[in-house]
Every structure is written in C-alpha cells, then in structure tokens.
Design a protein around this ligand. Sequence first.
Ligand SMILES: NC(=O)c1ccc[n+]([C@@H]2O[C@H](COP(=O)([O-])OP(=O)(O)OC[C@H]3O[C@@H](n4cnc5c(N)ncnc54)[C@H](O)[C@@H]3O)[C@@H](O)[C@H]2O)c1
Length: 330
Amino acid sequence: MVRVAVLGAGRIGSIHAANVAAHAHSKLIAVADPFGDAAHKLAERLGCEASLDPVATIERDDVDAVIIGTPTDTHVSLTLHAVSRGKAVLCEKPIDLDMAKVDSAVAEIERVGGRVMLAFNRRFDPSAAALRRAIDAGEIGDVHQVIITSRDPGLAPREYLAHSGGIFRDMTIHDFDMARFFLREDPVEVMAFGSRLIEPSLEEFGDFDTVMVQLRTASGRQCHINCSRQAVYGYDQRFEIFGSAGQVLNDNLRPTTIRRWTRSATEVREPLLNFFLERYADAYRLEYDAFAKAVLTKGPMPVTAQDGRQALRLADCALESALTGQSVKV
Ligand SMILES: NC(=O)c1ccc[n+]([C@@H]2O[C@H](COP(=O)([O-])OP(=O)(O)OC[C@H]3O[C@@H](n4cnc5c(N)ncnc54)[C@H](O)[C@@H]3O)[C@@H](O)[C@H]2O)c1
C-alpha cells in the first residue's frame, strides 16, 4: 500500500484524490488546502482526513507520497519540502513559470535523489499510449513528422488568464511534452506565431489565444502544434504521427458512438467530450496508477522533473519566437 496525501482540493486535486481513494494498492490519508472548506468537503466525500496545513500534512509519518495539485507558484516549495522529507511526489504541471527557479529546483531534486513525477497526463491517455507503442514497435518506420491539434472549448476566465503564465506555458506545455513523447528526440529549434483572434484584450497580459508552433530536432524530424483557446465545437485533441512506413493517428472521443441520419443531415455524431476533466478521465487514473507502481516497486518515475523542465524550455522559446518573429535555438 502507498499512503498518499493530496495537496490542493480544487479542480485537479479532487480528481487525483478520487483516483487515489479508488486505487487497489493505495490509501488516501488526507487532503490539505488552507483556503475555505474545500479540504473538508473533499475529505468527507472520500473518507479521509482534512487539513488546512499542507506542510504539516507532508511531514506526517503515515504519508509516503504527496500529490501537488496546488496553484503553480506553490509547486517548487512544496515539492522541495516533500523530497527533503523523503516523500515521493506527483507534481502538477508546470513545475513553475520561471526557468531559473525550475533549473535550481530540478538540480536540488537530483542532488537529494528526490522521487518526483511530473503530471503530464496525456502520455497516459489510452489512445496516446497506443500511438507511442505503435511507434516503438516500428509500425510506421522512422518518425518524420508529428502533427498535434490541441484546442480548448472556450476561453478560461479572465482572472485565470491573468495569472496563467500565457498560452505557451499554461496550455501548449502539454503539447510540447507530447511532441517530445512522440518524436523521441529533443527539439533543437522552435518557430512560433501567436495571434489574438478571439480576445484582443489579451494584449494586456502579452498573451495570445491562437498559436502555431514548428519544432525541429537535430536529426531533422519535425513537429507542428496548433492551439486555440476556443473551438466552438468542443475540446479537440488529435495526434497524427507520420513516418517512412506509414502513419498513425487518433480521433476525438464522444460520450457514445451513435450516428444519426435525418432529412437534414447524415452521419451526425454527438458533440466531443467537453473538456479535460471528461476527456482525460482515464489518463488521470492511469497516470496515478503508474505513479503508485513506481513508488511501490521503487522503479523509475515514468515522467521526470527533467521532462517538466524541457517542456517549459520549449514554451519559453516559443514565446520568444512569437514575440521576435525569429526562430529560436533551444
Ligand atoms: N494536468 C492537467 O491536466 C491539469 C489540469 C488543470 C490544472 N492543472 C494544474 O494544476 C494546478 C492547480 O490547478 P486547478 O485548476 O486545480 O486550480 P484550482 O484553483 O481549482 O485549485 C487549487 C487549490 O489549491 C489550493 N491551494 C492554494 N495554495 C495552497 C497550498 N499552499 N497548499 C495546498 N492547497 C493550496 C486552493 O485553495 C485551491 O483549492 C495548476 O498548477 C494547474 O496548472 C493541471
């Protein structure tokens, strides 16, 4: 059994806590959140203890591992405190918005031999994992191009956007990680365009709502990522990997597989699963399972703090490229 505490009882913390509570080889010990009654409500629902003190919760003797689902600017201090106490950590993305802070955090994690997994959940989506298995099995030969479409159903609230760190670090960061996951090689050059086609006032935050990114690896493999903050038809998440011997790609998910034929239209299908909590429900569950297995077997973490660092580096390069109009060497 791995004994787990979840820090942060908001959107993502609630998902993680429920997955821990339902896991066959885990025990949810406590959820901690210093604000309001979020921790108490979640703890009551899942049958564990509640705390207003995340630091004291990390330090409990009956906690082996912590999941950090708190706001981004708290990730580094909570992670470093947890690894200093010998606890395994599943930390939400991004590690931080500031590269220098991430560099020193990753160095400290490595110095103390900290066991940290970065929560890039999309790697654990059954379709994404199957695409990677097909690549690893050589089904499409040598990977030449990766094409990633990643569109949110609607603009996040203004208050969220003001503190998000911008579209590249907040949203596209998942796609940078998936680019590395499918390319199996680190990009060395980034070219990006950013526009405000949905919400012109994002200029106030130096942010964009519509971006296209090109990545190139040292061996010449290419990746194209397109992100929009608002796809009116729903959460659009597709990958296409093209290689010397073929291609593999996935489709979006819908609540059911039914198709309707009427006088006015044929082949009408249901809307896409609405957003990340629904679309990636399986991915969050399987992500936690991979973390629990790594903790219980003392095996390697399937996604590392270095992976978190690399994705943030690509995000920073993309922002620089979008602002300068020049391609940026990583
Ligand atoms: N992997 C994903 O798909 C995914 C999805 C959403 C959010 N996230 C990441 O998860 C993090 C949280 O996002 P969210 O949408 O759940 O936010 P949220 O605002 O819904 O929840 C955050 C919670 O943390 C609490 N909190 C604040 N400071 C705390 C502290 N020091 N200790 C414990 N709790 C604290 C807040 O009171 C709040 O309840 C962000 O870093 C975000 O980037 C990842």
